[in-house]
Design a protein around this ligand. Structure first.
Ligand code: SF4
Ligand code: SF4
Length: 165
Protein backbone atom coordinates (compact mmCIF):
# COMPACT_ATOMS: atom_id res chain seq x y z
CA UNK A 1 0.00 0.00 0.00
CA UNK A 2 1.47 3.39 -0.96
CA UNK A 3 1.03 6.71 0.84
CA UNK A 4 -1.77 7.88 -1.45
CA UNK A 5 -3.76 4.69 -0.85
CA UNK A 6 -3.15 5.09 2.89
CA UNK A 7 -4.58 8.61 2.89
CA UNK A 8 -7.49 7.49 0.71
CA UNK A 9 -8.30 4.70 3.17
CA UNK A 10 -8.15 7.06 6.16
CA UNK A 11 -10.40 9.56 4.32
CA UNK A 12 -12.83 6.81 3.39
CA UNK A 13 -12.97 5.64 7.02
CA UNK A 14 -13.96 9.17 8.08
CA UNK A 15 -16.66 9.30 5.43
CA UNK A 16 -18.02 5.89 6.40
CA UNK A 17 -17.97 6.53 10.16
CA UNK A 18 -21.67 7.35 10.55
CA UNK A 19 -22.87 4.54 8.33
CA UNK A 20 -20.69 2.03 10.20
CA UNK A 21 -22.13 3.28 13.48
CA UNK A 22 -25.59 2.67 12.02
CA UNK A 23 -24.46 -0.84 11.08
CA UNK A 24 -23.29 -1.42 14.65
CA UNK A 25 -26.77 -0.54 15.95
CA UNK A 26 -28.09 -3.49 13.93
CA UNK A 27 -25.21 -5.76 14.86
CA UNK A 28 -25.77 -5.09 18.57
CA UNK A 29 -29.25 -6.62 18.16
CA UNK A 30 -27.68 -9.97 17.22
CA UNK A 31 -27.13 -12.64 19.85
CA UNK A 32 -23.46 -12.84 20.92
CA UNK A 33 -22.75 -16.06 19.07
CA UNK A 34 -24.58 -14.88 15.97
CA UNK A 35 -22.48 -11.72 15.95
CA UNK A 36 -19.24 -13.65 16.45
CA UNK A 37 -20.14 -16.05 13.64
CA UNK A 38 -21.11 -13.24 11.27
CA UNK A 39 -17.69 -11.61 11.79
CA UNK A 40 -15.84 -14.92 11.61
CA UNK A 41 -17.46 -15.88 8.31
CA UNK A 42 -16.87 -12.47 6.72
CA UNK A 43 -13.33 -12.22 8.10
CA UNK A 44 -12.41 -15.62 6.64
CA UNK A 45 -13.86 -14.74 3.24
CA UNK A 46 -12.07 -11.41 3.07
CA UNK A 47 -8.70 -12.68 4.31
CA UNK A 48 -8.83 -15.59 1.88
CA UNK A 49 -8.52 -12.93 -0.84
CA UNK A 50 -6.18 -10.56 1.03
CA UNK A 51 -2.42 -10.64 0.66
CA UNK A 52 -1.05 -8.86 3.72
CA UNK A 53 2.43 -8.92 2.16
CA UNK A 54 1.13 -6.51 -0.48
CA UNK A 55 -0.06 -4.14 2.24
CA UNK A 56 1.78 -4.10 5.57
CA UNK A 57 -0.04 -0.95 6.57
CA UNK A 58 -0.71 -2.04 10.16
CA UNK A 59 3.03 -2.61 10.70
CA UNK A 60 3.87 0.66 8.95
CA UNK A 61 1.66 3.02 10.89
CA UNK A 62 0.49 1.30 14.04
CA UNK A 63 2.00 -0.26 17.09
CA UNK A 64 0.97 -3.44 18.84
CA UNK A 65 0.74 -3.54 22.61
CA UNK A 66 3.46 -5.82 24.00
CA UNK A 67 2.44 -7.91 26.99
CA UNK A 68 5.15 -9.23 29.29
CA UNK A 69 4.89 -12.59 27.55
CA UNK A 70 5.24 -10.90 24.15
CA UNK A 71 8.40 -9.13 25.29
CA UNK A 72 9.88 -12.34 26.71
CA UNK A 73 9.14 -14.30 23.55
CA UNK A 74 10.43 -11.68 21.12
CA UNK A 75 13.53 -10.98 23.26
CA UNK A 76 14.34 -14.70 23.46
CA UNK A 77 14.10 -14.97 19.71
CA UNK A 78 16.56 -12.10 19.33
CA UNK A 79 18.79 -13.57 22.06
CA UNK A 80 18.29 -10.46 24.18
CA UNK A 81 17.29 -9.86 27.78
CA UNK A 82 13.66 -8.67 28.08
CA UNK A 83 14.86 -5.47 29.75
CA UNK A 84 17.25 -4.71 26.89
CA UNK A 85 14.52 -5.43 24.34
CA UNK A 86 12.17 -3.04 26.13
CA UNK A 87 14.84 -0.37 26.42
CA UNK A 88 15.71 -0.63 22.73
CA UNK A 89 12.24 -0.48 21.19
CA UNK A 90 9.42 0.15 23.64
CA UNK A 91 7.99 2.83 25.87
CA UNK A 92 5.01 2.94 28.23
CA UNK A 93 2.16 5.05 26.87
CA UNK A 94 -0.44 7.09 28.78
CA UNK A 95 -2.65 3.97 29.15
CA UNK A 96 0.25 2.13 30.80
CA UNK A 97 0.74 -0.12 27.75
CA UNK A 98 4.14 -1.05 26.36
CA UNK A 99 4.19 0.04 22.72
CA UNK A 100 6.76 0.75 20.01
CA UNK A 101 8.84 3.91 20.34
CA UNK A 102 8.53 4.55 16.64
CA UNK A 103 6.88 3.39 13.46
CA UNK A 104 7.22 1.63 11.07
CA UNK A 105 7.77 -1.36 13.32
CA UNK A 106 11.53 -2.12 13.51
CA UNK A 107 10.79 -5.78 12.78
CA UNK A 108 9.12 -5.05 9.44
CA UNK A 109 11.26 -5.85 6.43
CA UNK A 110 11.19 -4.03 3.10
CA UNK A 111 9.38 -7.03 1.64
CA UNK A 112 6.68 -6.60 4.33
CA UNK A 113 7.81 -9.79 6.06
CA UNK A 114 7.94 -9.67 9.84
CA UNK A 115 11.40 -10.70 11.05
CA UNK A 116 9.97 -12.10 14.31
CA UNK A 117 6.81 -13.52 12.72
CA UNK A 118 6.56 -16.77 14.74
CA UNK A 119 7.13 -14.78 17.94
CA UNK A 120 5.21 -11.62 17.09
CA UNK A 121 2.92 -10.13 19.77
CA UNK A 122 -0.61 -11.45 20.27
CA UNK A 123 -1.91 -8.06 19.19
CA UNK A 124 -0.29 -8.55 15.76
CA UNK A 125 -1.77 -12.04 15.47
CA UNK A 126 -5.24 -10.72 16.20
CA UNK A 127 -5.14 -7.57 14.08
CA UNK A 128 -7.57 -6.17 12.80
CA UNK A 129 -9.57 -7.85 15.60
CA UNK A 130 -12.38 -8.95 13.29
CA UNK A 131 -12.23 -12.63 14.32
CA UNK A 132 -12.37 -12.38 18.09
CA UNK A 133 -14.74 -13.77 20.68
CA UNK A 134 -16.67 -11.89 21.86
CA UNK A 135 -16.89 -9.28 19.11
CA UNK A 136 -19.41 -7.03 20.86
CA UNK A 137 -16.91 -5.13 23.06
CA UNK A 138 -14.50 -4.85 20.13
CA UNK A 139 -16.73 -3.08 17.60
CA UNK A 140 -15.12 0.31 18.19
CA UNK A 141 -11.64 -1.19 17.82
CA UNK A 142 -12.67 -2.58 14.44
CA UNK A 143 -14.12 0.80 13.52
CA UNK A 144 -10.81 2.51 14.29
CA UNK A 145 -8.94 -0.13 12.32
CA UNK A 146 -10.88 0.64 9.12
CA UNK A 147 -8.69 3.75 8.81
CA UNK A 148 -5.59 1.55 8.61
CA UNK A 149 -6.64 -1.86 7.35
CA UNK A 150 -8.29 -2.31 3.94
CA UNK A 151 -9.45 -5.78 5.00
CA UNK A 152 -11.27 -4.40 8.07
CA UNK A 153 -12.90 -1.80 5.79
CA UNK A 154 -14.00 -4.55 3.39
CA UNK A 155 -15.38 -6.70 6.21
CA UNK A 156 -17.62 -3.89 7.48
CA UNK A 157 -18.69 -2.98 3.94
CA UNK A 158 -19.77 -6.55 3.29
CA UNK A 159 -21.59 -6.67 6.62
CA UNK A 160 -23.37 -3.45 5.66
CA UNK A 161 -24.91 -5.21 2.68
CA UNK A 162 -26.16 -8.02 4.92
CA UNK A 163 -27.23 -6.15 8.03
CA UNK A 164 -28.50 -2.84 6.69
CA UNK A 165 -31.82 -1.50 8.03
S1 SF4 B 1 6.04 -7.36 15.21
FE1 SF4 B 1 5.87 -8.05 13.11
S2 SF4 B 1 3.66 -8.28 12.75
FE2 SF4 B 1 3.91 -7.01 14.58
S3 SF4 B 1 3.89 -4.85 13.89
FE3 SF4 B 1 6.04 -5.55 13.91
S4 SF4 B 1 6.44 -6.29 11.82
FE4 SF4 B 1 4.21 -6.19 12.10
S1 SF4 C 1 -3.96 -6.93 8.50
FE1 SF4 C 1 -4.87 -5.28 7.27
S2 SF4 C 1 -3.48 -3.52 7.44
FE2 SF4 C 1 -2.38 -5.34 8.13
S3 SF4 C 1 -1.28 -6.04 6.32
FE3 SF4 C 1 -3.22 -7.19 6.40
S4 SF4 C 1 -4.65 -6.00 5.15
FE4 SF4 C 1 -2.91 -4.67 5.63
Amino acid sequence: MNDIDRKALADKAKLKLNSFQELFKNLRKLKGKELDNAFMYTHDNVFEKTDCLQCGNCCQVGTPVFSEKDVERAAKRLKMKPGDFTHAWLFTDSDGDKVLKSTPCPFLGEDNYCSIYEDRPEDCRNFPHTRRKPMLPRLNVVLANTAVCPAAMKILEIMQTEYRT
